[in-house]
Design a protein. Structure first.
Length: 187
């Protein structure tokens, strides 16, 4: 079996010692696992992919799913019931599939504060898009992170995806797919 020598600085020695403890004293296997993960992530990043972690509801608990992909489109709109907000994100995965992550949240009715300071309360109540407004700002505030119903569906082709999204979302996905995966700018 070939040998490789790794020189470790004194500052990094505790890191290697801890890795050896966690690996059950087989430091070589820990290093190989770390290198495999590093190569996988870096090769994906070079192809324009990121590590994506999403929440999915499952049997009353939130589960986290992770994959390599590129978000093509994100839409925030009123839910089909008209009493909430739906956030849909479509990703192109490393396996050349399409992942649809959907999060649906009920709107909250605000009853605090001076209406003059927060605007017309009819624009902020249940079914009137309060969550849609703040989520459209592009920031997932921690207070809202765990609320709602989540789903993740994976489709082999764009045609399969089409039946599960609105026509405007599907058109946006098509437009995103027509451009280059990464456009290098000389700016």
């Amino acid at each position: 079996m070939p040998n490789k020598t790794i020189y470790v600085s004194d500052d990094d020695l505790p890191l290697f010692e801890r890795a050896q403890e966690l690996s059950g004293s087989n430091l070589s296997s820990a290093i190989v696992r770390a290198l495999k993960r590093f190569i996988e992530l870096e090769e994906a990043r070079q192809r324009g992919l990121d590590e994506v972690t999403v929440i999915v509801n499952g049997e009353g608990a939130h589960l986290r799913k992770r994959f390599m992909g590129q978000r093509l489109v994100r839409r925030v709109r009123q839910s089909a019931t008209g009493k909430g907000t739906e956030i849909q994100s479509v990703y192109r995965t490393a396996g050349k599939r399409y992942a649809l992550h959907t999060r649906t949240m009920r709107d909250w009715e605000l009853s605090w504060g001076d209406p003059e300071q927060i605007g017309d309360p009819n624009n902020w109540g249940v079914g009137n898009g309060f969550l849609q407004k703040i989520m459209s700002w592009g920031y997932d505030w921690d207070i809202f992170k765990e609320s709602g119903d989540y789903s993740l569906q994976v489709f082999e082709t764009l045609d399969e995806l089409k039946a599960h999204v609105s026509s405007d979302l599907f058109e946006a996905v098509n437009q995103a797919m027509e451009g280059p995966e990464i456009e290098d700018l000389d700016i």
